[in-house]
Design a protein around this ligand. Structure first.
Ligand SMILES: [Zn+2]
Length: 137
């Protein structure tokens, strides 16, 4: 079990396990947010204390809501607008401690045009600590 939290701690996500890989997408939303997405099934993530700590932004197609903390502004996760049919939650791995991302590879996803993978890269420097660099390859 790991935790992802916004900076002020008002939004806490308890997650079954660290991500094996995270995704960096260049679509019109993600390139602005700068999130690293770790994908989970909804039952693998517990959001506490409640959704009321976040403000949701629904993008144009109306399918996905991006949640950010109403206090500190950190973008913590996205989920489907239709919760009953949603099969995936995207947790912003930047809300995880650097230790959870040590050695994790970043999958580039071309959400802007081809909607395909575009290679891999290391976790950005800004997600690491000295420990993370040492074990992150
Ligand atoms: Zn916050």
């Amino acid at each position: 079990m790991i935790e992802a939290t916004c900076h002020c701690g008002a939004v806490r996500l308890s997650i079954v396990e660290p991500p094996a890989r995270v995704t960096s997408c260049n679509c019109s939303v993600c390139r602005r947010i700068g999130a690293l997405w770790a994908y989970y099934r909804p039952e693998q993530v517990r959001i506490a204390p409640s959704d009321r700590a976040t403000i949701a932004y629904v993008r144009g197609d109306g399918l996905i809501e991006f949640h950010h903390c109403s206090t500190c502004g950190c973008l913590t996760h996205y989920e489907g607008v239709d919760k009953a049919r949603s099969e995936r939650i995207g947790v912003n791995a930047r809300m995880m401690e650097p230790e959870a991302l040590a050695g994790v590879r970043v999958r580039r996803f071309d959400g802007a045009s081809s909607w395909t993978e575009a290679g891999e890269e290391d976790v950005p420097w800004s997600c690491r600590t000295v420990t993370g660099v040492a074990s992150g390859g």
